[in-house]
Each structure stands twice: as C-alpha cells, then as structure tokens.
Ligand binder design. Structure first.
Ligand code: ZN
Length: 191
C-alpha cells in the first residue's frame, strides 16, 4: 500500500505497469495511436475499455496461445486470453449490468458478462472463466465484478494441466464478435 501511494505521488503508475506490457504490443499500440482516424479500425475511437486483469499479458503456454485468431484445431480463437492468478478479482472493462454466462452449454465453469450501458450500449464483454460477485448489479468501469476460477481438471475445471490460469476476453458489438487485441484490434484499452 505504501508502495502504491508512493507510485501515485510520483506519477509512476503508468511506468510500473508499462513493464508488464510485451514490447511488441507497446510498439503496435504506439503505431495505432499515430494512424489517422479512418485508418484505425476502432469501432468507437472515443470509447475506452479498462483491462479487467490490470495488465495486458497474453497467455502462451503448452495448452495453447492466447492471441485472437490463434489456432484451435478446426476453429480459430475468437477472444484474447489474459494471464491471471487463481481467485484474482476482475474489474469491469465498461459501465454495465453484471450477468452470469457460461462459455457454452457444456462448460462446467461460470463466466461473467458485462452488458454495456450508457455510451457502452451495444457492447457485451465476457470474462471466462470467472464467477460474478453480484449478478444483476449495475457497475461502473473499474468496479470489482468477478473472481478468477481454477481452470484445470484437477481443480474441477474444463482444461488440462497444460493450460495456465487466464481469463478469456470476448467482446461483441451488436451481437458480432470483434477483435479486442490491444493496439491493433477494435478496442482502446487502458490499465
Ligand atoms: Zn481463450
């Protein structure tokens, strides 16, 4: 806590988090910010989403790669997997209403969906696999909303031991899944 206070005083928060960003993503991000408006594929350039895990680190383990479009055998990965730790608290990327949603009818584990309200109307942000703290509650961007669940089968999850803890972030806009990748996707993210 003292360290956090110190960082706040020194304006060092951004610097503290910057080390968590992969160099490549930072580079892509700075390139994206220099593009003219029409060249940036952000749907709503003025809308800012908050990274639910607190830092942008994409999973890459023996169980698979976590980037958008990664190979999943017969299909592609239509989300981004951000690394987490068990029981980690997730914050709401947008203002909205908290709902409980499973990734599929066969999923054992819960997922959380934030149904966007206000300027975020039309957006749904999914976080698999996390358990919502208060279903049906209205939240503001940055509020704590859900908790990371264990993913591995040895711990009642759906996956092999090769899959490290992560949250699968999926975003839809008017029902259509969009690429949420930082810097080069459709969404503008902040820590
Ligand atoms: Zn995923």
């Amino acid at each position: 806590m003292i360290k956090l206070k110190h960082l706040l005083e020194q304006g060092g928060i951004a610097k503290a988090f910057a080390s968590e960003f992969p160099k490549k993503a930072m580079k892509a991000n700075s390139i994206a910010s220099k593009l003219p408006r029409h060249a940036n594929n952000a749907l709503h350039k003025d809308l800012i989403f908050k990274i639910p895990t607190g830092y942008w680190k994409v999973r890459n383990d023996d169980g698979g790669k976590g980037h958008y479009g990664a190979d999943r055998g017969s299909r592609k990965h239509h989300g981004v997997d951000l690394t987490t730790t068990l029981n980690q608290q997730m914050v709401a990327p947008i203002d909205g209403i908290v709902k409980r949603r499973k990734a599929s009818s066969t999923s054992k584990l819960d997922g959380t969906m934030i149904q966007g309200t206000g300027k975020y109307k039309g957006y749904n942000v999914y976080m698999f696999y996390t358990r919502p703290n208060a279903e049906g509650s209205k939240v503001k961007q940055g509020d704590v909303v859900s908790k990371q669940l264990a993913l591995q089968r040895s711990n009642k999850g759906d996956y092999s031991e090769d899959v490290t803890d992560h949250t699968h972030i999926k975003i839809t806009f008017n029902g259509k899944t969009i690429n949420p990748t930082i810097g080069s996707g459709n969404i503008n993210w902040i820590v």
